[in-house]
Ligand binder design. Structure first.
Ligand SMILES: [Zn+2]
Length: 250
């Protein structure tokens, strides 16, 4: 035990950062996204788009909606289907406030994207969102941005647009990253046309608290507006439609 502990103590600080870097590079969206991702909008337009993944949850998503409504910013929420079933009222509130409701898969698992056969998880998510707001989402973001080429083909065949990002702060961490740190990460990396990925919740957790993220959003919006940026939704930025033209459900 003593020797093992000593080995861990000496090697841990060397190995762990390497594993973190490896994980980060593996989890980052592929540069080409198999030709499927939109990772940013027009670089000549001083617009940015806030996107939130992994909700809805209570109270974290509600706190985020409070801040966004107060700032009069519309964002795009990539929702986990199972969590939409938990909190349809929160999704309805987001929709009625002018935010876009999009798909972030049914269970936030890599397993379904790996499946060769079925896109049932995509249909299940769209069904859950349709039950909540009466419309089926046309925007899809895979969990962690992790996509197989065959999953990308399936999503495109469904007529859905795959959305990546180009700005990704550490707001997903638990315990939470300090709001000032998250805000600085975003504001220092943002460019015209940036798609900012943040989190209104942690996936598959029913009662999230994300106090620092909500504070960070207020700082980000005020700072970037002062710098001449306008906040738009993903459909506005990319000129794509947020929802299917008509329901295919019945
Ligand atoms: Zn996610």
């Amino acid at each position: 035990m003593g020797i093992q502990h000593e080995v861990r103590r000496r090697i841990g600080p060397v190995v762990r950062p390497r594993l973190d870097r490896l994980g980060t590079s593996l989890l980052a969206p592929p540069r080409t996204g198999f030709g499927s991702y939109h990772q940013h909008g027009d670089r000549s337009q001083r617009t940015v788009s806030l996107t939130f993944d992994d909700g809805p949850s209570r109270p974290s998503t509600e706190s985020m909606l409070d801040v966004l409504d107060d700032l009069d910013v519309q964002a795009t929420f990539f929702c986990v289907g199972e969590m939409v079933e938990w909190y349809p009222d929160i999704v309805q509130r987001a929709h009625h406030s002018g935010h876009i409701v999009a798909s972030h898969s049914m269970y936030h698992s890599r397993a379904q994207a790996a499946s060769l056969r079925s896109d049932a998880h995509l249909t299940a998510t769209d069904d859950a969102i349709e039950r909540a707001i009466g419309m089926r989402p046309s925007l899809y973001r895979p969990p962690w941005g992790w996509l197989t080429p065959w999953e990308a083909r399936r999503v495109r065949r469904r007529g859905q647009t795959i959305i990546g990002w180009d700005v990704y702060p550490d707001d997903w961490k638990d315990p939470e990253t300090d709001a000032a740190v998250t805000a600085e990460q975003v504001c220092s990396r943002v460019q015209p046309g940036s798609i900012i990925l943040m989190h209104d919740a942690t996936s598959n957790i029913r009662n999230c608290q994300k106090t620092q993220s909500a504070i960070a959003v207020r700082i980000i919006v005020e700072r970037l507006r002062a710098d001449g940026y306008e906040f738009v939704t993903i459909p506005e930025m990319l000129g794509v439609s947020p929802y299917a033209a008509e329901s295919t459900h019945d």
